[in-house]
Ligand binder design. Structure first.
Ligand code: FES
Length: 148
């Protein structure tokens, strides 16, 4: 199922990206999310419990105006990149991931999740610092850097 999770002033919500079967209907507000009173610092955003992302899959989070894909590799390692593919905007969070790479679901271009480098010349992703702390996904929103 394609799921997009919104993080920000309006609380949590989901929306269908257009490729999947629909949103899961997470509508309830949850406290402690966003950049407000969490005490995490202005650039560190909690994206909620890591169990929201099944091992070997990605999820799209809307943080402010940005769509950020967070991937949870089978070994538990997390990666965060821009969600939209630089080729034609495919939703990378719905791609196939493994071995530190993601394959875009639209035209199968490959990207390295750690560095953001794409296999096609001139294509790369913005990558972000993300970590798990006590089961919570923490994203540093001001850490975005692009490989090309
Ligand atoms: S949109 Fe991603 S490979 Fe074309």
């Amino acid at each position: 199922m394609a799921e997009t999770i919104g993080i920000g002033d309006s609380g949590l919500g989901t929306r269908d990206s257009g490729l999947g079967a629909g949103g899961s209907g997470l509508g309830a507000r949850e406290s402690g999310f966003g950049t407000g009173d969490s005490g995490l610092g202005a650039s560190l955003v909690s994206l909620g419990n890591v169990s929201r992302i099944p091992l070997g899959q990605g999820r799209c989070y809307v943080v402010g105006a940005d769509e950020i894909a967070v991937f949870r590799q089978r070994d538990g390692r997390l990666f965060a990149t821009q969600n939209r593919c630089p080729h034609r905007g495919g939703p990378l969070s719905e791609g196939v991931m493994g071995g530190g790479q993601v394959i875009c679901p639209l035209h199968s271009h490959k990207f390295d999740l750690q560095e953001g480098q794409g296999a096609e010349p001139g294509e790369c992703l913005t990558v972000f610092v993300v970590e798990e702390r006590k089961g919570e996904i923490l994203l540093r929103v001001d850490s975005g850097r692009k490989a090309c």
